[in-house]
Design a protein around this ligand. Structure first.
Ligand code: COA
Length: 213
């Protein structure tokens, strides 16, 4: 569905992109405890540390191929995916750092589609040494702000989707807390931890955001 914007706007309708040029401008977003920004080469050591301490927390929800890759390879792949996605206007992948402190997690809007859809898939991971302190919820709220806000700093999307395995209780709780609506169930949807896994499908649209307190 990528391609010319049916609404006829310049730049393929990508908000935040220079007119007539593809891509997404670098996005930086502060929350109460974190700053979300694109990862850079010098984040390698911190990223590798997070991978080490997160093995137990992340493994059940991670593609099997990622579990055997080296931290350096995973970091390179993450950087490349983020940069290629930013160039193409299809991904916003952000490291979340405690203010002046360590990497806490990675939050992303993937598979951004413009045109009549204006949609993305959200993903989130919190470092194993920081789970259970509300960072996941705080990061996903920031992600939805980025998705629905206009330029500069936002993508003006209409819809954000999230697919979650029924056994992933913390992620289901986050989806509920931030206001995702359950839309259905997709059988054998993604190949996670070596098996095609059923997922519950959630979505939220800009009309529903921000969720009233
Ligand atoms: C899912 C994940 C991001 C949660 O991060 P987090 O920082 O711990 O999340 P939060 O602290 O903001 O919220 C987690 C909520 O789940 C709840 N929770 C945690 N474990 C739970 C369990 N076993 N059963 C029910 N609820 C649980 C927490 O109590 C909290 O809810 P509360 O605020 O009402 O108390 C983190 O565990 C992670 O990175 N997991 C691996 C990657 C992953 O699963 N990504 C998502 C794929 S869809």
């Amino acid at each position: 569905m990528a391609g010319p914007d049916p609404a006829g706007r310049p730049g393929g309708g990508r908000v935040g992109a220079p007119q007539g040029v593809g891509g997404i401008e670098p996005i930086v977003r502060s929350t109460e405890r974190m700053v979300l920004r694109g990862l850079v080469e010098s984040d390698l050591d911190e990223y590798a540390r997070v991978l080490r301490v997160s093995r137990e927390t992340w493994t059940p929800w991670t593609p099997a191929a990622d579990q055997n890759a080296s931290p350096t390879d995973l970091f390179r792949r993450e950087l490349e995916r983020a940069r290629a996605g930013a160039r193409a206007g299809t991904h916003v992948r952000l490291g979340a750092f405690e203010h002046g402190g360590p990497l806490v997690g990675v939050f992303a809007l993937n598979e951004i589609v413009r045109g009549v859809f204006q949609s993305a898939h959200a993903s989130w991971q919190v470092s194993g040494d920081r789970v259970g302190r509300g960072f996941g919820t705080e990061g996903v709220r920031a992600l939805l702000d980025i998705a629905f806000d206009g330029a500069p700093g936002g993508l003006s999307l209409h819809r954000v989707q999230a697919n979650i395995m029924p056994s992933n209780a913390p992620s289901l709780r986050i989806a509920d807390k931030v206001g995702f609506r359950r839309e259905g169930e997709a059988l054998r949807y993604l190949r996670i931890a070596g098996r095609w896994q059923d997922h519950l499908m959630f979505a939220i649209t800009s009309e529903e955001w921000p969720v009233p307190a």
